[in-house]
Design a binder for this molecule. Structure first.
Ligand code: C2O
Ligand code: CU
Length: 490
């Protein structure tokens, strides 16, 4: 596996001044200047025929390139590929049928459309908003995604194993580009809990991992391959939709050997700014525009988090140069998210903490009724506002973390009192991220907000989507051992 010594960004720029070009030099100050152009007006939904999607969740033995010739029993949504990428026009209705053909009795599987502000009954959380879909059963989803961008979908129970076995799909709602990019590629970054020699899965969760940073997989991949080479048109402005869909592991992403700009975070456009390093924990996405290398030359996606920075994927330029002139990536269309009223908003601190060890919820506790025992381990390592899901034994229905009034704005201080990272995901809404007590963050929106150790991040949103909505850590093992809650909007 190719690794890099960890260069300081300054040294890297000095060493590759010719490649980095003028636009990158501002990075050495640690402050990322934006490029020249502002966001364009929000996209207007068009009229299109329905997009039909047929999913059958099943075990399908698959030899991913990373598995060195071995087949492993992946769980996937479609027979033709382990990683379905659905692209649909903005304004179209997505009509999905899911059939559950998973091989284990009681292994239910509904679909959560991560980051998409769907009506509550389409949100896919079993028991909370819909009945579980047991093996042999099916379900039909039908909604018009209200936003453009890069999203994904997954099941919402026993996710350490479901994600661990590969069960995921990508959903791209087109229509946010103001001018065509020269390429548009998905890069799904994740590792696998696999012993490659033996060709077997390792246990998807461990108590040791669940109570700490999580149980990492030893086999690190992009799009199912170890440091794959991706061909891009040479000297072109290429859009990469980078998604961390590991069950557990955060990455600290950078690109070496090419100029690159972040143009969207969690599907929502931002004024383009240079990609220096960006920490992406599970479920976080960025859309990047990279000025690809010349014919035959390479650039690399790198994770700076390990002691030896790791190459995740190699980008190779091919063909005649497409672009001349300085790198000034075309911005995307602005989102149409409702702006929270920060003056009227009530402020509340929500604390994410470790539980005292040994608070396990017994499996016969009626409180298991709401999500069902499959969704939870019997251990209880984490809390939100001092409570582990499913709460303090309230029969089959834990009280909501918050009861919000439809149309009102809310300002939450998300406070992490632990030494571990927690990517906090909200359903049905998208946060405006206002700031951190530890870092300078660019103004942006996110459905999954990273809390670093001991960090407090301030967010705000308009509670405009009625229903019962989850708020949880997207490290599957943390979610399943208590760091999960829901709130209501009425
Ligand atoms: Cu991506 Cu509640 O999940
Ligand atoms: Cu967590």
């Amino acid at each position: 596996m190719l690794t890099f010594s960890r260069p300081s960004r300054r040294r890297f720029l000095a060493g590759t001044a010719a490649l980095a070009g003028a636009a990158g030099l501002g990075l050495a100050t640690g402050r990322a200047p934006a490029y020249g152009r502002p966001l364009a007006a929000p996209a207007v939904p068009g009229t299109f025929p329905d997009v039909e999607l047929d999913l059958v969740a099943a075990e399908r033995p698959t030899a991913l390139p990373a598995f060195a010739g071995k087949e492993l029993p992946l769980w996937t949504f479609t027979p033709d590929t382990w990683l379905p990428v659905v692209r649909m026009p903005f304004g179209a209705r997505l009509v999905t049928t899911i059939r559950n053909a998973l091989p284990r009795p009681e292994e239910h599987a509904s679909i959560h459309w991560h980051g998409i502000r769907v009506p509550n009954d389409q949100d896919g959380v079993p028991y909370l908003v819909q009945p579980p879909v047991f093996p042999g059963d099916g379900f039909r989803y039908s909604f018009v995604p209200p936003d453009t961008g890069t999203f994904f979908f997954h099941t919402h129970c026993n996710t350490a194993e479901h994600i661990g076995r590969g069960l995921v799909g990508i959903l791209i709602v087109e229509g946010d580009a103001t001018e065509p990019y020269d390429a548009d590629e998905v890069v799904l970054v994740r590792d696998w809990r696999v012993d490659v020699e033996a060709g077997v899965f390792l246990p998807f969760t461990t108590n040791r991992g669940a109570g700490r940073a999580g149980t990492y997989g030893p086999l690190r991949t992009a799009n199912g391959a170890v440091n794959p080479e991706m061909a891009l048109p040479a000297v072109a402005d290429c859009r990469l939709r980078i998604i961390n869909f590991d069950p557990t592991r955060p990455i600290d992403l950078g690109i070496e050997g090419a100029d690159a700009a972040i143009v969207a975070i969690d599907g929502v456009a931002v004024v383009p700014f240079p990609l220096d390093r960006w920490i992406m924990a599970p479920a976080m996405r960025i859309d990047v525009v990279v000025r690809s290398p010349a014919d035959g030359a390479v650039a690399r996606l790198v994770d700076y988090r390990p002691d030896d920075p790791l190459a995740i994927a190699t980008l190779r330029g091919a063909g005649e140069p497409r672009r001349t002139g300085a790198f000034d990536p075309a911005p995307l269309r602005a989102s149409a998210l409702p702006p929270p009223d920060l003056v009227a908003a009530g402020t509340r601190t929500i604390t994410f903490a470790a539980a005292g060890e040994g608070d396990a919820v017994p499996p016969d506790d009626p409180a298991f009724g709401l999500l069902g025992p499959l969704c939870l381990s019997f251990n209880d390592f984490w809390t939100i506002d001092a409570r582990s899901w499913p709460g303090d034994g309230h029969a089959s229905n834990p009280p909501p973390l918050a009861e919000l009034t439809r149309g009102r704005s809310y300002r939450w201080l998300l406070r992490n009192t632990t030494q571990h990272l927690h990517p906090i995901h909200i359903h049905g809404h998208t946060f405006a991220v206002l700031g951190s007590d530890k870092r300078t963050l660019p103004p942006h929106h996110a459905d999954t907000v990273l809390l670093l150790a001991d960090e407090t991040v301030e967010v705000a949103f308009v509670a405009d989507n009625p229903g019962r909505w989850m708020l949880h850590c997207h490290i599957a093992e943390h979610q399943e051992t208590g760091m999960m809650a829901y709130f209501t909007v009425t």
